[in-house]
Design a protein around this ligand. Structure first.
Ligand code: CP
Length: 309
């Protein structure tokens, strides 16, 4: 789904470098405007529906904040008290909500493809806020934006994505965008959590984490999903930390300029130690702050009347 030929942002997979850079440059301009206390009101009079069928802290609140900062308003469906609990189908839920006249919809769902279904069913722009193991395009964009902000470019840079790649929509959105922009992308984690065929996405599987770390410009650490631990992907959480956790000891061998990213939520002491997560190389809260800016750029491009699309 190409953002330039579509009303929606469903994935980074099919965006070309020009489309990715247009969004990133638009976010850079917005960040500059807000620093200079200039507040564009490009969503004035528009209302966005937040439809989160899965828990979220960062994505949901940052979309709400982004809409508010652009002069629009948001409404969120509280799933627990909604008629979904009475068995209303997804189709009927979205058709009924759409009848109320929202200007755009932000959707997160545990099943891959739900945002595409909403996009095909409704006439308004849809933003994928994470669908199953497929993609999390706004997270991928804010990660790349943060990398570019910190080191000027991702082209030719070495980026390691570390952890549970198999279940990670963040990893997939990162890989598609980073490869399109000319980065060298590496993945590491337990072999059971590296999807078969990952090399077809352009990522290189790292067999030895210790040997790879000194060459990396960025390390993006992924959350270990406790809910999947019983499925036997790795023997114990302790062994996971011993083999793949980003510890201070491992980081001592990294470039002095390395930046450490994590999409959150963090499991401190498991995939990343606190002294790394809070240490001088981390840009984790920069990612969160940039998430608002990048989501403003996405909303503005898709929804602004006479906007930038
Ligand atoms: N990174 C991310 O998607 O965080 P949330 O699940 O809190 O939105």
């Amino acid at each position: 789904m190409k953002i330039s030929s579509s009303k929606s942002l469903l994935a980074l997979r099919f965006l070309n470098s020009e489309q990715l850079l247009r969004l990133i440059n638009s976010a850079l301009e917005l960040k500059k405007s807000f620093t200079e206390n200039q507040h564009p009101r490009s969503l004035s009079g528009q209302t966005i529906l937040n439809l989160f069928f899965e828990p979220s802290t960062r994505t949901r609140v940052s979309f709400e904040t982004a809409v508010k900062r652009l002069g629009g308003s948001s409404v969120a469906l509280n799933l627990e008290s909604s008629s979904v609990k009475k068995g209303e189908t997804l189709f009927d839920t979205i058709k009924n909500l759409d009848a109320m006249g929202f200007d755009g919809i932000v959707v997160r769902h545990r099943h891959a493809g739900v945002p595409h279904f909403v996009d095909n069913t409704l006439g308004v722009p849809v933003i994928n806020a994470g669908d199953g193991f497929n993609e999390h395009p706004s997270q991928g964009l804010l990660d790349v934006f943060t990398m570019i902000e910190k080191q000027g470019t991702v082209t030719g840079k070495n980026v390691l994505i570390l952890g549970d790649i198999l279940h990670s929509r963040v990893a997939r959105s990162n890989i598609w965008a980073l490869k399109t922009l000319g980065a060298n992308v590496f993945v590491a984690g337990p072999p059971t959590l590296i999807p078969a065929g990952i090399e077809h996405m352009g990522a290189i599987v790292v067999p030895d984490l210790a040997k790879a770390i000194p060459h990396m410009d960025f390390i993006n650490v992924l959350r270990i999903q406790y809910e999947r631990q019983d499925l036997g992907y790795f023997p114990t959480v302790r062994e996971y930390r011993d083999r793949f956790g980003l510890t201070l000891d491992r980081l001592q061998h990294a470039k002095p300029t390395v930046n450490i990213l994590h999409p959150g939520p963090i499991n401190r002491g498991i995939e990343i130690d606190s002294d790394v997560a809070d240490g001088p190389h981390n840009v984790i809260l920069d990612q969160v702050a940039n998430g608002v800016i990048v989501r403003m750029a996405i909303l503005q491009q898709l929804l602004s009347k006479g906007g930038t699309a």
